[in-house]
Design a protein around this ligand. Structure first.
Ligand code: FDA
Length: 298
């Protein structure tokens, strides 16, 4: 399967743009903020919350900041149930950590003014320490409307949870999407699943707010057991999924009374974004190919 996934990714740049567009339509709201708002309004009607992320390949942090300001304003004006997600490399993390901190602090303050929340996505392992350090510094500035992400495949994650615990952080747990070497990340599927559940357990133990971001049936079932054992109310945690991925599973969670937030990416650079995400993790190409085949057969 891994060979097939890699082969799919290699041929992708040769696939005509309209075909890539058609395939990515399920997973990306569209080029404009209005497209994201339409997607979020539809999700809200289905009882699902959202988190909007602007796709960008540019390193112009100031332009991105202005665009996010627009996103907060639009969410408030249109009464949408959505917060935002942001990648720190888009706010200058690779240029200068202090510059990035200033930018993200501005963003989090803008969000606070409008009663909104910022989730800092986690990128590849070269950024983990800096990202967590920036999160700590934001919290030290008294900013609480901000959360971070920990990846279950990272060997350091349980240690990161132990050191973040005193902050009672708001953490999204996901498996991790970047291809990482064995010295930093678990490679076996089951080990990542087990580490995921342990991470959620450690966070709940620390009194953290946990966002469980996965489409994996086994992980979801294990987490549901943990939540039930602790008797947590639905507003004390949430599930998260990606736009267009296993929506029926999401519907089931909502029907059972759990809160679900959908990650809604939008932006003009959808083509570059789609190719980059697939190159970062060829497994996704396999999922999409399989999903498309299933849909064609229906
Ligand atoms: P797994 O990969 O085992 O997928 C379970 C099943 O879901 C698959 O068998 C397949 O059916 C389906 N599936 C999963 N992904 C699919 C796709 N793209 N297309 C079609 N079907 C798919 N990662 C990261 O490194 N940093 C981050 O900040 C985030 N943020 C984030 C937010 C949210 C809301 C989600 C849901 C995910 C992320 N991720 C992420 C991505 C995450 O790390 C992971 O790569 C994907 O969620 C897929 O892993 P699963 O846990 O779903 O399991």
């Amino acid at each position: 399967m891994a060979l097939l996934d890699r082969a799919l990714v290699r041929v992708l740049p040769a696939v005509p743009r309209p075909v890539v567009k058609k395939l990515s339509q399920r997973y990306i709201a569209g080029p404009d903020l209005a497209d994201a708002c339409r997607a979020v309004a539809g999700l809200n009607l289905d009882g699902k919350m959202a988190t909007i992320e602007e796709i960008t390949t540019r390193d112009e942090a100031s332009a991105l900041l202005a665009e996010y300001e627009d996103v907060f304003e639009t969410i408030e004006r249109e009464g949408l149930d959505s917060n935002v997600s942001v990648k720190l490399t888009g706010l200058g993390l690779n240029l200068d950590r202090d510059f990035c901190l200033e930018n993200v602090a501005t963003l989090v303050r803008d969000a606070a003014k409008r009663g909104n929340f910022v989730r800092i996505d986690m990128e590849d392992s070269s950024t983990t320490s800096d990202t967590l350090e920036i999160y700590r510094r934001l919290r030290a500035q008294g900013l609480d409307n901000v959360g971070v992400v920990l990846q279950a495949y990272m060997k350091r994650t349980l240690m990161d949870i132990a050191s973040l615990a005193p902050l009672r952080p708001n953490v999204r747990v996901c498996k991790g999407i970047y291809v990482e070497p064995p010295d930093v990340a678990y490679q076996e599927f089951e080990t990542v699943q087990i580490n995921f559940v342990e991470a959620v357990e450690g966070l709940l133990e620390a009194g953290a707010y946990v966002a469980v971001a996965t489409h994996d049936d086994w992980v979801i079932a294990e987490v549901l057991t943990l939540l039930e054992e602790r008797g947590l109310a639905p507003e004390e945690y949430e599930f998260q999924m990606l736009l267009g991925v296993r929506p029926e599973l999401g519907d089931e969670l909502v029907r059972e009374g759990h809160r679900l937030r959908i990650y809604v990416p939008f932006g003009r650079q959808w083509y570059e974004y789609s190719l980059r995400r697939l190159q970062e993790n060829p497994k996704i190409a396999g999922y999409i190919a399989l999903d498309t085949l299933k849909r064609l057969r229906r």
